[in-house]
Each structure stands twice: as C-alpha cells, then as structure tokens.
Design a protein around this ligand. Structure first.
Ligand code: GLN
Ligand code: ZN
Length: 765
C-alpha cells in the first residue's frame, strides 16, 4: 500500500508567494528573489511530506499563478497578442506568463489578460486556455522538468502532476468558429509525448494526470477521446506508471470508461461520492490499482479514521493491499496550510480541524493503521482521533436543541409570503409611493482608505468603540445626505461598518469561528479566508438594525436594509460535514429571517437579501441541479417570508446567467431583483423576458468594475433596450453591483448621470 497526495498549497503558510509576486509586479524585488521564494516554498512543501512519510510526493503542483496557465505555457498555447511581450528585452518567461494572467500595459503595449473562470465548483479560478482551428502546440517551457529536478536535488523522486490532456482541452475555449476543441487532441498529444519522454529520461517513474472531467457529464466524443488518448499514451510509454486522478464528484455513468483506461492507477473521490466504491471494486480490472480519496481536500475537518478505515479495508479485502493507495480526495490547494498557526482558536474547536499539513499526516497514519505495523504511538493517535470525532458529535458548542427543533418545525407556510406578488405590489406602492423607474444602488459605497483605516485602528484598540461609532455615523450621514441631494429614490446606508459581506454576519452569528491564517488561494495572488461554520447557527441579537435605523432616522426617504442571504453565507464558508448542507443553510435562513423581521419592526420597509452565490452553488452534474435549487430557493424564501405584504423584499445577484435557472429565480419570489447586466448590454434580461418574469427587476445600467464614468445617454439607451423586453412598470434603475471598490469621484459622477437617465426615460415614457 502506498500513500500520496494530489497537490499541496503553494501560497505558503504566511502567504509568502502572494507577497513575493505582488512585490515583483510592483518592481520592488527582482526576478531572482521571486524565483528564490518559489524554490523555498517547493522545498518546504516537499520536506513536510517527506518527514510525514508520504510515499509518492508530487511536483509541478507548485505554480506562480495558476496550474492551467502553467500548462498553456508549457504546451505553447500562447495567444498571438502576447508575442510582442516576448520581444521586449529583459522580459523573462515569467513576465510573459504574468502578462497572460494579468494583461500587459507598459512600453507602449496594452494587451488584455486571458479570461479567468471558476475551477469546477471551487472558489479557485483558473486562466482559460484559448484554442484556434488547427492549432499547433510546441513545448515552450521547462517548468515541469525544473521542478522534477528540484525535487531530485531534495532527494525525492517526485510524481509530476500534469493536467490530463482531455481535461486541459475541455477547460479551454474555442476562439473561432468551425471546429471542436477536442479535435486538437492529436496535435496536443505530440507535446505531451515530448514532456513524458523528457521526464522519463530524467528518471520519473510515476505521472499523475488530473482528469476531473471524468466525474462530470461527458459527451460521446469526449469519451472516445479519453479512450484514444490514453491508449496512445500507454503505447508510447509502456514503462511509466500513470495515475489518472478524478475528483469533485463520483465517476457514476463514466465508471466503466474510467476503469477501462489503460493506466496503472485510478484515483476516486470518496468524500464527495462514497457510494461509488462498491461499483468500482466490482468492475475494476486486475491490472488497475485504486487510489482512495478518503480525506477531504475541500474542507477543514479532521478525518474520521474509523470511517476511512472501513473504506480502505473493504478495498484491501477485494484487491489486496499492493493495489491500494491512500490519499486526500483532491489537491490540498483548497485547504488552508497549517493548523499549528491557529493560536487563538478555542482548543475544543481546534481539535476538530485539520489543514493541509495535518491532512498529510492523516494519510500516513491511515496507512500505518491498516498495515498493522503499528508504531507504538499510532494506537494513541487513533484513540485521540476517536475522541475528537466523538466530541464533535456531542459537544454543546455545536449542538443547540432549540435551533434543531425550530428548523425541524419549519413548514411550507414559513417559506411563503402572506399573499401573492400582485397583491403585495399594490400594498407596497401604497406605502412606498415610488415613481416610475425608481432609482437605487446595491448597497455599499466607497470603502475609502480612511474608512478601512478606522476599522484597523478600532481593531488594534487605537480607536475606542465610541470614536469608531461616531466616525461611521458621520460617513453614513454624509452618504445619506448626498443620495438625497442627487435625488435617488431608495437610499442605502453605505455598509461602512462592514469588512466583508459574509464575515460581517458570521462574526455576529453563533456557530461560526474565524481563523487567523486560514488562507486559501482564490486566484493568482488573491487569497480568501472563509469563515468556519462548525455548529448550529443562531442569531443572539440583531445584526444590522442599529445601522439601518440610524440611516433611516436621517432622512424622510426610504432606506433599504441590507443583508447577505443564506445560500451566499453557506457558499463562501467552510461548512460542517456532519449534517447536509441544506440543513445548515436552513438554520442560516432562520437567523436571517429574524433579522428581516426585526428590521421591519424598526420601521425599515425595503429589505435587500443579497444572493450573488446562488448560481455558483449549482452541482457539477445536471441531474443534481433540481435538488439543490429546491433547498436553496426554499432557504431564501424562509429568510424573506416573515414580513407583511407591504414590506418590499429585494434580492441581488451578480455575474450570473439565468437562462437555465430562470424558473427557480422566479420561484424565489423576491419583490425586486437587481442583476448585473450592463456588460452584456441587457442581454441577460432576455431570460426574464422570455419567461414573462412577473416581479420587478433592476437590470444594472453601468459596470462598477471599472473607474470609467458612463454617460447619461448610454444609460438611457440601455433603459430603452430594457423597456423593449420588460414592461416599464416592472423596471428599476441601478448600477450592476455595490460600489465599495470605487472612488467617490467617479461614483458621484456616475450616479448623478444615472438619476438623470432615469428621469429622462420616465418622461419619454
Ligand atoms: N450589498 C453588497 C454590496 O453592495 C452586494 C455585494 C455583491 O453582490 N457581491 O457590496
Ligand atoms: Zn453584486
């Protein structure tokens, strides 16, 4: 039996890579220093694994930005617009690479970056390869070989991790018409052959091909490509040992295809889909080994050894231990680095957690436990593990009977407003008296350096709570006055008191903890630190009433209350795995519901519940969509349905497409939905128009991602487009999203023009 991992976090436990990259980009350090940081991180990661006793240690899992972009560089899938970057003197391979990731704006060049998108259902983003008809590939970087050599120097015959050929193609985008990216497999295979030849010469024994697409819905053509590509690779390299790694879902209908690939080992994700084990054990051919992904690479919980051992023993019984490998479910880049740095966590909670470094140790412990060659301390470790699991099952920190009872008692009625939208609309209009094309914003106003410095000072104790409160009140009041002055109809308080739209709520809810160093790479040098939902969620006291009430007291106009919705809070956190996600979501929904009711009691008549993450929560397999959408939409409705008909509920969603989920969006039954729309020139509205979406909609009329100030005319034009497909009395006028990343200067100009556009459009009407 062997142990391995699919990949280790490369950012460093103190985010060393982030810092070095950013310093390099701003010209503060030289290339050599950045490369040194990279090498040091690789060596540290290898040593952690070597010391823990991992058998097959990966290399080429390191990356300065993104592993997919690495592959594009290696195979020479470099779009022609970057060729000029190479010609500039002093530019290294890494400069070209960063230009592809981030664009290049200097020395008279202005080249856009390549597109970025989410890596399957994670919060990691990869750079999308660009494909052209008859594209030729060419080995263009020594990255893989250098890393392999680096590991060798550290005394490790490493297992290079390479994105599988089919997955690499499926991740990319065809940039011209008239061909299918899978048709490029033949051309690409010649570069893969070169790579493997070199690695073999260097002494590589094992190669890991990541093929997560095998766990997704596949077309017939993709299936055929899998078979032909891997048969060809096998033929050309009879001696190399290949691992095909699948993760993020089960193989399901692709299982027979996967076990028929002529490789040495198949890795399966037994965390996401434990049910697949039996089927695979029954169908696996004799010459194929199985790598069991039993440790959750996507979450921060300590592994339940007893449970994992039952899987491993079952597999060993059937295949014999020589054909078994033990591993985490997927690469550990989705886990934070090292729990040892968490010195502020409640020790009871800390004892339930494992980050990447601890997961590496768990893999080895599991092997020692099954092999029976027990070192003395191993049984102790096992006992400790059982105790930790038991403590999580019973701890009063986690389990709150009141919350569970309340959640169990939720009925369909709790997820329903009192009357249908038609009745509500009339009642709301009577109270709110809003004009045609009412104007509003999405919630946040600029988080200036000053505002952020107040928060930092308050945290450090340099400002008292009272001083901080006064500063925030002044900023809020100024913002209210300003919105009044320019004539916005529905005001917001500006969200100056908030650091982040999930963290702000998590900090005030029971059942959440925050780590000090639990960073995970999101894209490039950007890292996020998701909150940990460890227990039953409840809301001890109101969270936003104070600020909404204060803002409302400053004006005669309506101020919109501002909340983050249950699905988004769930989606952007590490979620407990001892109950279904749907149950945790329902608990959060009840907490938000209480807040909505309290806002109403405090005189707030318009309340927005943001759900930008609803779409990204969609499961990878289409067959699972409806089940997810059912509980996600229900959670939103639970949060929104505690109020009277006259209270207007808004929701907001950005970067979404709605075509295939429009029915579910309508089912959320928000009185008003604001969406990001301007960059698509109102095209995203068509889904609502075709569906005859009955409630009100605010399609964003300007892009908040850039400092550019839109003209009144272009916004009027967009409003005309909107009116062509949606009746005017259903339309709101607002920006695409919150304004927290903008400066006041451009915000002021843009909103003044937006209000003027709305006025003119309503006169025209
Ligand atoms: N209310 C939030 C804001 O304005 C919404 C942010 C979002 O949709 N991502 O910042
Ligand atoms: Zn948004």
């Amino acid at each position: 039996m062997q142990t391995h991992i699919l990949g280790y976090p490369r950012i460093g436990s103190k985010r060393e890579l982030k810092k070095a990259c950013e310093q390099y980009w701003s010209g503060k350090i030289l290339l050599e220093e950045l490369l040194n940081t990279g090498r040091t991180l690789c060596n540290q990661n290898w040593n952690i694994q070597k010391e823990a006793g991992i058998d097959l240690i990966p290399c080429n899992d390191f990356s300065y930005y993104d592993q997919v972009l690495d592959m594009s560089l290696v195979v020479g899938a470099i779009p022609s617009r970057y060729h000029e970057v190479v010609l500039k003197k002093n530019n290294s391979e890494l400069d070209l690479y960063f230009a592809m990731a981030r664009g290049y704006q200097k020395e008279g060049l202005d080249i856009t970056a390549m597109e970025m998108t989410k890596w399957f259902d994670t919060n990691y983003h990869y750079i999308v390869p660009e494909f052209y008809k008859n594209q030729q590939f060419k080995l263009s970087s020594d990255k893989i070989f250098n890393e392999f050599a680096g590991a060798k120097q550290a005394g490790i015959n490493a297992k290079p991790v390479i994105i599988g050929l089919v997955t690499y193609l499926l991740l990319g985008k065809e940039k011209e018409e008239g061909f299918d990216k899978l048709d490029l497999a033949g051309n690409l295979l010649s570069v893969y052959t070169e790579i493997l030849t070199k690695l073999q010469e260097q002494g590589a024994e094992w190669i890991q091909f990541d093929e997560p697409f095998l766990a997704l819905d596949l077309t017939e053509k993709a299936k055929e490509t899998y078979l032909s590509v891997y048969s060809e690779i096998r033929k050309r390299f009879p001696k190399l040992k290949f691992i095909v790694a699948t993760y993020f879902d089960g193989l399901k209908d692709n299982a027979s295809l996967a076990v028929s690939l002529p490789v040495n080992t198949l890795h399966i994700d037994l965390v996401r889909n434990p049910e697949q084990l039996d089927g695979i054990l029954n169908s696996i051919p004799e010459n194929l080994s199985l790598s069991l992904g039993v440790i959750d690479g996507r979450n921060i919980w300590k592994n339940d050894f007893e449970k994992s051992l039952s899987f491993i023993r079952k597999a060993v019984d059937k295949l014999g231990s020589e054909r078994i490998l033990i591993a985490p479910s997927c690469s550990l880049i989705h886990s934070p680095c090292d729990l040892d740095f968490e010195t502020n966590l409640n020790p009871e909670i800390k004892n339930w957690l494992a980050f990447a470094k601890q997961k590496v140790e768990e893999v080895v412990t599991l092997k020692e436990l099954v092999s029976g060659t027990e070192k003395e301390h191993i049984l102790e470790v096992f006992e400790e593990n059982k105790k930790a699991i038991e403590s999580r099952r019973t701890s009063s920190l986690i389990h709150n009977d009141q919350v569970k009872q309340r959640s169990n008692a939720v009925t369909e009625k709790d997820a329903q407003r009192i009357n249908t939208f038609k009745t509500r609309k009339e009642e709301q209009q009577q109270v709110l008296q809003l004009p045609l094309f009412p104007t509003t914003t999405i919630g946040s106003f600029p988080q200036t350096t000053e505002v952020r410095s107040w928060r930092a000072k308050f945290k450090k104790g340099e400002l008292t709570a009272e001083q901080y409160d006064i500063l925030l009140k002044e900023e809020t009041q100024r913002t209210i006055r300003w919105q009044e002055d320019i004539g916005i109809d529905v005001l917001v308080h500006g969200e100056f008191e908030r650091n982040d739209m999930v963290e702000y709520f998590g900090e005030q809810l029971e059942g959440f903890v925050f780590t000090k160093n639990g960073w995970v790479q999101s894209y490039g040098s950007r890292c996020v630190k998701p909150p940990v939902i460890f227990g039953d969620v409840s809301r001890p006291t109101p969270m936003t009433v104070y600020w909404s009430q204060y803002a409302q007291s400053q004006t005669e106009k309506w101020v919109k209350g501002m909340l983050t919705g249950p699905v988004t809070i769930l989606q952007w956190s590490f979620v407990r795995d001892d109950q279904p996600r749907s149950e945790t979501c329902k608990q959060i929904a009840l907490a938000i519901r209480d807040e909505v009711v309290d806002l109403e009691k405090a005189g707030i008549r318009i309340i927005q519940i943001d759900e930008p993450a609803i779409r990204e929560g969609l499961p990878l397999r289409k067959a699972d969509w409806q089940n997810y959408l059912k509980w996600a939409v229900e959670a939103f409705r639970i949060s929104a349905s505690g109020v009277g008909d006259a209270t207007q509920i808004h929701t907001h969603m950005c970067y979404s497409e709605f075509n295939d989920i429009i029915e579910n969006i309508a089912d959320m039954d928000a009185d008003v939905i604001t969406i990001e729309c301007s960059r698509s020139q109102m095209e995203l509205l068509n889904a609502f128009a075709d569906f005859k979406y009955p409630n009100e909609i605010g399609p964003g009329v300007y892009d908040i991602h850039s400092p550019r100030v839109p003209s009144k005319e272009e916004m009027i034009e967009l409003l005309r487009k909107a009116q062509n497909v949606i009746p005017a009395n259903q339309l709101w006028v607002n920006p695409d999203c919150g304004l927290k990343t903008r400066h006041w200067e451009e915000t002021e100009k843009a909103l003044i023009a937006m209000v003027a556009a709305a006025k003119e459009a309503s006169v025209e009407y």
